[in-house]
Design a protein around this ligand. Structure first.
Ligand code: GAR
Length: 188
């Protein structure tokens, strides 16, 4: 059975694209029903359009509360029978409304070996700390910041003094690890 998913992103959307390309190659049996973004001008919107995938974009400041905009999102997702929420660079905490509507069905990718360096700019945090090995984590999402149960991890060697090169390595690993991990989860 094809698993129906929504990808949430706030930025460039390279992980969104890696997942979609894995689907198109026939490696991941899933369909991205909707891209959800809290940044209407993010590059992920362009990428989604190029693949013909509908986008739900919203500005949190237009809503009274997180519960209000999350209720709208839940409506949109249920309307498309979405089963899993896949966070890919969505830089906002998921609230109770979404977590209750999709119990144990929200996953995230984070650019560090959690529990090290949660939160924003994990790559910068790792480099400032001088670690030699960092990595990527895929985990279930709970109310905390990058705190849910870990599903998969991969190590990445830091390129000393070169943030861009380190980030490039992280992205390459993410683009392999995320589709592979989703495949495993959806086949369970
Ligand atoms: C990715 O590196 C992802 O791990 C990170 O944002 C980037 C999004 O890139 N997520 C977090 O830091 C979440 N705390 P992309 O928009 O090109 O997929």
């Amino acid at each position: 059975m094809t698993t129906k998913i929504a990808v949430f992103a706030s930025g460039s959307g390279s992980n969104f694209q890696a997942i979609q390309e894995s689907i198109e190659r026939g490696e991941l049996n899933a369909k991205i029903e909707l891209v959800v973004t809290d940044k209407p001008n993010a590059y992920v919107v362009k990428r989604a359009e190029q693949f013909g995938i509908p986008v739900f974009s919203f500005s949190p400041k237009d809503y009274e509360s997180k519960a209000t905009y999350e209720s709208e999102i839940v409506k949109a997702l249920k309307g498309k029978s979405v089963e899993w929420i896949v966070l890919a660079g969505y830089m906002r905490l998921i609230g109770e409304t979404l977590l209750t509507a999709f119990p144990n069905k929200v996953v995230n990718i984070h650019p560090s070996l959690l529990p090290s360096f949660p939160g924003k700019d994990a790559i910068g945090q790792a480099m400032d700390h001088g670690v030699k090995i960092t990595g990527v984590t895929v985990h279930y999402v709970d109310e905390g910041m990058d705190t849910g149960p870990i599903i998969a991890q991969a190590a990445v060697e830091v390129v000393e003094g070169d943030r861009e090169a380190t980030e490039e390595r992280i992205h390459q690993v993410e683009h392999q690890l995320y589709p592979k991990t989703l495949k495993r989860l959806f086949e369970k």
